[in-house]
Each structure stands twice: as C-alpha cells, then as structure tokens.
Design a protein around this ligand. Structure first.
Ligand SMILES: [Zn+2]
Length: 561
C-alpha cells in the first residue's frame, strides 16, 4: 500500500458516519434525517445505507442539506403554500374570464348569488386578510379594506400579492421555517430572534459545512452523552428545546451534570435530534403529528412511518390508528413477529404547542402481540368481509382490530354477525348486506376463544375439536330439518337460540333443543348438557351450534387450519 492509498483509506473511514437506534425522540430524528437527506432522490439508498440496526451516510453527501432541511420544514408548516395556492387560483380565474366576468367567477367560487359588487368585494377581501396574517406578510403589504373600492382595485391587489409571494419566496421560506422550528427545537443559531434574514446561510455555516468538512472542534474531556462513541462537540450550548421532551430542564440538568451549563453532545447526535420534527407525519385530527416508534429495527422503523403517511393520505375521516394497524397486518407477511408488533408505540404531539407528546395506547401488550401474530393468517381472511346497514359499512377485520386493540373482544361480535346474517335472509329487511357465511362466523368464534385464552388469560378447557363437534351437531339438525321438509323453520329456531344465548338463558336454549330432538325422535347429545357450566362455555357452545344449524357441512379448509 503506498502513501496515497493509506490516505484514501483513512479518509473514507472518517467520512462514513454510522447512527444506531435510540430513544423514541432520537428515532424520530433518524426517520426525519432519512427523509431530509433523501429529499429529491428517487432511491433512498443512493445516499443512505439502511441496515437493521444502523444507518450509514457519507459526510460529503451532506452537500445541499441546508436547502433540503428548509424545504422540508417549509412543506410541513404549509402556511405559505396555502396562501399562494389561494391567490394564484383566484388570479388565474380572473385572467381567464376577464374583468367583465369577474363578478360571476367570484360569486361562483363562494357559491353565492344576488350579491352586489360591494358585497362580493367585502367577502373576498375578508378572506384574503384572514390568510395574509403575520409580520412576515404584513411587512410587505398591509391590507386595509377601505383602500379597495372596486373590482378593479381588487384585481390590482391580487396581482400585487401574487408578485410578492413569487418574488420573495426565499424570504418566506426562511422566515416561516424559523418561526415553525423555534417552538420545536429551540436554540439553533439561525432560530435566534435577532436573525431576521439569511437564516439559511447561518444554518449552512453552523451545521452543514462543519460536519461535511469535519471542522467542528471536539471537547477535550467528554464523549457524547448520547452515543458515547464520538467526542462531544466543544462548547455545545445547553438548549432546552432539544431535550425538553425528555423532562430535562436547566435545573435537572445542572443537578445531573455537575452544574455544567454545556450539554456534551456530538455534532452528529445533535444533527439527528435537530431533525426529529421531520420524522413526524401530520395527522388530520386536531393538527397533531404522529410518529410510530419501533426500537427493534431501523428498516422497519422507516417502513412503518412510510406506511403511516400512506394511511393518512388515503383516509381522512376514520380512525387512523386502526386503519394503520389494518394495513400493517396486511403488509407484514414474513416479517411479522410478536416482538415487532409489541414494539410499536404511536407518539402523538402538537408541534406548535409546548405540550408533552402523548404516547398512545396502541403500545400493545406481549399477549396481544402474540395473539395477532399467531392468528394473523386467519384474521386476514376477514380483510374483505363486511356488513352494511343502510349506508353504514363495517369491515370485519377492521372491527376485529378495533376490539382487539381496545381489549374489548368478546362474543358480542359473533352475536352481531349472526343476527345480521339472519336479518339479511329475512326478506322483509332489504337494507342489510353481508358477504360472509355462518361457517366464517364460526372462525370468529374460534378466534374469540383464542383471544380469551391468550390475551385475557381465561382458562377455557375447550379444545378446537370439541367446538367443531358442536358445530356438526347443529349441522346434523339442519340436515334433519331439511329431510323433514321443515327447512323454513330453521331461521326461526336460530333466532330463538340466538336470543337465549345472548341473554345467558340456558333453560330456554335447552328447552328449544330438547323439543327439537324429542320431536324428531333423535337422541339428545350426551355431553351437551353438562358443558353449559359457565357463561363463556355456554356462548361457545350456543353460537357454534347456531352456526352449524345455518352453515355448510364441508369444512375441511377451515378445520384443518
Ligand atoms: Zn453522539
């Protein structure tokens, strides 16, 4: 190896930076950092090597990081975009129709009619003023309603605002990002209130360049308290914004850190923490932000947060978290492990208010995770099953997940499914639709039994074989009724049995059955009566019998699984 090769080798080694998983805030930083650094590249792996337990990137690939950082924050903040969109749309419409058609255009836009020019002018000015708020906007143009008396004036204003927004975009980027991040990450130099322009230059000089060129001075004594592998940056100024989530403030820090006002953090950990806001996905509810933590694996941490963004994009009104879990369950084929399920925690925060983030209860228990993992193939059968009452659509897997995650799964779901199935058969109700059959409801019974055993830790000494046996007894009765040309009685009997099980009324249930067996001169199944000891056993037996009474006889595909 000649001298030049040695030099190259050393340089390469120092140039590659490795980051490992940490607490949830740091993990959000990793996701945010990946998002920012890969902005604009089609392939993430172009700049970042994502492995199971770490990511790696080259210092030199931080070239242009400042732009990406600002554009990402600008996009998440989104205020400018909404004003710009509003003004330019208005401008385009007016341009298209000319001044003569302006009144109509505006009236149509607001879905109003019979308004005078004056009233329209007032409405639209109010709307513009409402959006054109904040020092940054008002410093360019102060809008006073009294200055605009004609539609001509209004058109002038719209053109003026459009020009300001277009020409001064970079000013708004810097200003808005500064305001947005000031409340989140605190203390960065470019966030300082005295800085009124050139924020990007400051950021580039303070963060991008020194790391890219490895120019930051290292502390002589301390390693980074976070990664413990790199030297702390010299003179890092303690900054509450960076760590306030973790419950640290100046007092506790002084206490734990020997009254040293500096926080020994390395340049890389600082940068990662600095990106944590970009790891969040904006939720539609209450303007909060969500982050899925998974401290088992970076690849799956990244994927889970990508999936979250997709789910939020798709569905704007339903329960996002249940939808998220639904998609996750369908997506994770081989990778699904109880460990990774258990390690999901959803963090909800309001970035714009100084409040502690909420860790949502979706942090599922070990038992729940095992239940979902062990039964997820069966659960997936229900992904396209539903019932619909009038226009109210319920997906059954979705419903399952809602109950499982809320720790509320019991035989209520079985009861509802059978009842709706019977109502659908009943020709007098035409507003109910279901696309499942009683044999599939029997799967719901079995899943519920598993759930009660594994998650609720109930000791139900009933084997799957025994439960299927009850189903077949019901099915034999169905055959008998059909033989005796009494097919039309089946639904009525099922209704009566269903009501008895629901009310935990064992004697009515047994009476109905006894009359049937005796009436058809059949032997009453022996082990039937004495298995009705507990309410849960009664439900398992009762619902299985009803499903058999209504369902198909050939069950190989279900029973073998
Ligand atoms: Zn560090």
């Amino acid at each position: 190896m000649n001298e030049q090769d040695v030099l190259n080798k050393n340089q390469t080694k120092a140039d590659v930076i490795r980051i490992e998983l940490g607490d949830w805030l740091f993990n959000a930083g990793i996701v945010g950092f990946i998002k920012i650094l890969s902005r604009g590249s089609e392939d993430i792996s172009e700049k970042i090597n994502i492995q199971d337990s770490y990511i790696e990137f080259k210092r030199s690939d931080l070239e242009g990081f400042t732009d990406k950082f600002f554009e990402t924050a600008f996009e998440i903040h989104g205020k400018y975009d909404s004003i710009f969109q509003y003004i330019s749309q208005l401008r385009n419409e007016i341009e298209k129709v000319g001044k003569d058609g302006m009144l109509d255009t505006i009236a149509k836009r607001y879905k109003i009619n019979k308004l005078t020019e004056e009233e329209i002018l007032k409405t639209i000015l109010e709307e513009i003023i409402k959006r054109w708020k904040g020092v940054a906007y008002e410093s360019f143009k102060k809008i006073r309603k009294t200055d605009f008396k004609t539609l001509n004036d209004l058109q002038g204003l719209i053109n003026e605002l459009y020009k300001i927004l277009k020409d001064q975009r970079i000013f708004f980027v810097e200003k808005e990002v500064q305001t947005f991040l000031r409340g989140i990450v605190g203390g960065g130099s470019f966030l300082n209130k005295s800085v009124s322009k050139g924020q990007k230059n400051i950021f580039q000089k303070d963060f991008e360049e020194p790391i890219k060129e490895k120019k930051n001075k290292e502390d002589k004594k301390f390693n980074c308290i976070y990664c413990n592998s790199r030297k702390a940056k010299a003179n890092t100024i303690f900054n509450t914004g960076l760590v306030f989530y973790q419950g640290l403030n100046k007092d506790t820090l002084n206490y734990s850190w020997g009254f040293n006002p500096n926080l020994p953090l390395c340049e890389i950990c600082e940068l990662i923490y600095f990106c944590h806001w970009a790891g969040y996905t904006k939720s539609l509810k209450n303007k909060t932000y969500l982050f899925i933590n998974d401290d088992s694996n970076i690849r799956s941490l990244w994927k889970k947060n990508q999936l979250l963004a997709k789910v939020i994009e798709q569905d704007k009104k339903e329960n996002i978290l249940i939808n998220y879990f639904y998609e996750l369950l369908l997506l994770e084929e081989r990778e699904l492990s109880a460990y990774s399920l258990q390690n999901i925690a959803i963090i909800e925060t309001d970035l714009e208010k100084d409040i502690m983030p909420k860790i949502l209860s979706l942090h599922i228990s070990r038992n729940q995770a095992h239940f979902i993992k062990d039964n997820h193939e069966k659960l997936k059968w229900f992904a396209n099953k539903y019932y619909k009452i009038k226009d109210d659509y319920t997906n059954i897997l979705h419903e399952f997940l809602r109950l499982i995650l809320g720790r509320k799964l019991d035989f209520g779901l079985t009861n509802r499914l059978i009842k709706l199935y019977l109502q659908k058969l009943d020709k007098t109700t035409n507003y109910i639709q279901v696309n499942y059959n009683p044999t599939e409801i029997q799967q719901v019974v079995l899943l519920t039994v598993n759930y009660l055993k594994t998650v609720k830790q109930k000791s139900l000494d009933m084997e799957q074989k025994h439960i299927w046996h009850i189903y077949h007894l019901g099915n034999d009765m169905q055959k008998k009724l059909k033989e005796k040309q009494s097919e039309n009685k089946i639904n009525g009997i099922a209704y009566r049995l269903l009501n008895a099980v629901r009310a935990n009324d064992k004697s009515t249930f047994l009476n109905v059955l006894l009359r049937l067996y005796i009436g058809y001169d059949m032997e009453v199944p022996k082990n039937f009566v004495n298995t009705l000891e507990s309410e849960e056993k009664f439900q398992i037996i009762g619902y299985s019998y009803i499903n058999g009474l209504l369902g198909e006889p050939f069950l190989d595909k279900y029973e073998s699984k």
